[in-house]
Design a binder for this molecule. Structure first.
Ligand code: SF4
Ligand code: SF4
Length: 220
């Protein structure tokens, strides 16, 4: 399918070095796939270039999520629900290695700015509305690849994210375990921020991940 972007600015993105792609792949829109079928989504996911992710929807009384497809992050799998921040696998030396026509809609909807504070016109709210009709299909795919429902897999991913963050940034000091958050890199800071946002709904999972990490550190 041919796509046209009014916004792609190869020179500016090359000069920037792909800052927006360093910490996450961009979002696919259902329109990137033409008519959506299970076979078409499987083909894209199994190409190694895309993952199923969960995007959190924040409400006054808690957090929900919807499933969507995003360009795959390095070292991540087909199902990457708590998409821990990582560089997009399609980022090359000179920016995005996809042709303009192949680039996910989220990527062609970025409006590059001279100060690199670029504007994303494909917001999570738009993605939510677009992917809503395909939730059952994506849920089937999550089960196919993980043998779990998405809610169970997401809980597992949140426990793992909390575990890794705690394990990497906790030290034993004066007989106590102390979590240091002042030396987090940008990706870790974003993971911490997301964990804080979803904490009211996923407190048990975050606490479980943290306590697993602390137990392991104490056994060292
Ligand atoms: S869209 Fe903006 S942040 Fe992303 S690579 Fe281009 S200039 Fe950099
Ligand atoms: S697909 Fe291209 S534009 Fe999108 S995040 Fe990856 S490298 Fe960047």
């Amino acid at each position: 399918m041919e796509k046209k972007s009014l916004y792609i600015n190869h020179d500016l993105c090359k000069a920037c070095g792909g800052k927006c792609c360093l910490h996450s792949g961009c979002s696919y829109s259902p329109t990137d796939f033409g008519t959506i079928t299970l076979a078409r989504l499987k083909e894209k996911l199994e190409s190694g270039l895309a993952s199923i992710v969960a995007q959190f929807d924040i409400f006054e009384d808690g957090v929900s999520y919807h499933l969507a497809i995003r360009s795959r992050n390095l070292d991540r799998g087909i199902v990457d629900l708590f998409s821990a921040k990582n560089t997009c696998c399609a980022l090359g030396e000179n920016g995005c290695t996809f042709s303009d026509d192949e680039r996910p809609y989220g990527g062609i909807s970025l409006v590059p700015k001279e100060n690199f504070q670029c504007e994303n016109l494909y917001s999570d709210q738009i993605a939510y509305k677009e992917w809503l009709p395909y939730q059952k299909l994506l849920e089937r795919l999550v089960r196919l690849y993980t043998n779990m429902g998405s809610s169970e897999k997401l809980r597992e991913d949140i426990i793992q994210a909390a575990y890794l963050l705690t394990y990497q940034h906790t030290v034993l000091k004066d007989g106590k375990l102390v979590l240091h958050t002042d030396n987090l890199n940008q990706a870790e800071q974003e993971i911490l921020d997301t964990l804080n946002v979803i904490l009211p709904t996923y407190k048990e999972e975050v606490e479980l991940g943290m306590s697993k990490a602390k137990n392991k550190l104490l056994k060292k």
